[in-house]
Design a binder for this molecule. Structure first.
Ligand code: PLP
Length: 377
């Protein structure tokens, strides 16, 4: 059987990884400024991560959610403490889309409404509801298009207010920082105003922190720069450092009842071991602080690069928008300088390195970018 051909692939096959580097099958080392799409948080193959998951596998790897699993409580307790949300509850699942799907469903269960408000350029996943609230018609099938969704410009509080004031919107969903859309940080006053109008109109606020959460912004969650506390917060990517684990932080105002949500694999023993070890390393190695300081350094040095017209983002979620299209810059970074990066649209280089990145590694990226851009026509 062949693979269903949906991914445009680079001819590189990583077989080994450590810290912020990966090696291909020919032994070539690559510096990872992409983090496998913001997934690698504590660094590749961290010894504590390997040991915790290996030890767990020796005991029990999986059993169903119909029996006790204290590992889930331990992860939820530590996540609550490190994120400042100890009074919220946590629902485990397996992927970002699934976390958002459950958050949308919970909002609608709570206020019994159908409609959702989302933002232009948003990306929230590819399952039924999440792709419907994603602003990209090319990935929305007719089946998904029957959801009731309105898209508004990011930071447009007036239009948001006029839609929510009708009182028929179940939830507003918004990314902590728009990732796929090009690294756009919502304004702090917009977020505080948004929470206020949601509260006044009985609309639930869902913060999608799947890419921007877990320390990437330099705080545990990007929305914490605005000092707001949303009703639902979704997490995935960095939570498992590559192990598929995700979930929803749920406000104490929302009550659980048996059977309301469910999953076969969510919160299994191996996933909990991965999630626990990630939080241990966050705490022991002060990775959120490192994301803040190294990210600020990267943004400062990015000003030296020719052709950069805008530098956006927080912490280690950074977009460098270039005057020219970046396809050549990315190819040269990858094939000549052996550095992985991401992109958003034709002009924006997206940098999402592991949160343990060093100043020396950032210097290497900037020096490589300077060489490449000096030689561009
Ligand atoms: C902000 C955001 N939400 C949701 C998702 C979907 O996550 P997953 O691919 O794990 O379903 C992504 C993935 O890129 C994302 O960036």
């Amino acid at each position: 059987m062949k693979l269903f051909d949906v991914y445009p692939l680079y001819e590189i096959e990583p077989v080994k990884a450590k810290g912020c580097s990966v090696w291909d099958k020919n032994g070539t080392q690559y510096l990872d400024f992409y983090g496998g799409h913001a997934v690698i948080s504590i660094g590749h193959s961290h010894p504590h991560y390997i040991k915790t998951i290996s030890d767990q596998l020796q005991n029990i790897g999986f059993y169903s959610n119909s029996v006790l699993n204290q590992l889930q409580n331990k992860v939820a307790e530590k996540l609550g403490r490190l994120s400042g949300y100890h009074d919220y509850t946590f629902f485990f699942c397996n992927s970002g889309a699934e976390a958002n799907e459950n958050a949308l469903k919970l909002a609608s269960f709570t206020n019994k409404r159908h409609k959702v408000l989302a933002y232009k350029k948003a990306f929230h996943g590819r399952t039924s509801g999440t792709v419907a609230v994603t602003d990209n018609p090319s990935i929305i099938s007719p089946f998904n298009a029957s959801h009731q969704v309105e898209f508004v410009g990011l930071d447009d509080l007036e239009t948001t207010k006029s839609i929510l004031s009708k009182g028929d919107v179940a939830a507003v969903i918004i990314e902590g920082i728009q990732g796929v859309g090009g690294i756009h940080v919502p304004d702090n006053t917009f977020l505080t105003g948004l929470l206020e109008i949601c509260t006044q109109t009985g609309t639930l606020l869902i913060l999608d922190e799947i890419q921007s959460g877990y320390g990437r912004s330099g705080k545990f969650f990007a929305h914490q720069f605005a000092g707001i506390r949303p009703d639902l917060i979704t997490v995935a990517k960095g939570m498992g450092n590559g192990f598929p684990v995700a979930g929803v932080l749920i406000s104490p105002a929302i009550e659980a009842s048996p059977g309301l949500l469910g999953t076969t694999f969510g919160g299994n023993h191996l996933a909990c071991a991965a999630a626990q070890s990630v939080l241990d390393v966050f705490e022991n190695e002060q990775l959120i602080k490192n994301a803040a300081t190294t990210g600020a350094y990267l943004k400062h040095r990015a000003r030296e690069i020719k052709g950069v017209k805008s530098i956006r983002g927080l912490g280690l979620m950074i977009g460098l928008e270039f005057e020219p299209e970046i396809v050549d810059i990315r190819r040269k970074l990858l094939f000549d300088h052996h550095i992985f990066t991401g992109y958003s649209g034709k002009n924006t280089l997206r940098l999402l390195p592991p949160l343990c990145i060093t100043i020396a590694e950032i210097d290497h990226l900037i020096d490589s970018l300077k060489i490449i851009t000096e030689n561009l026509n």
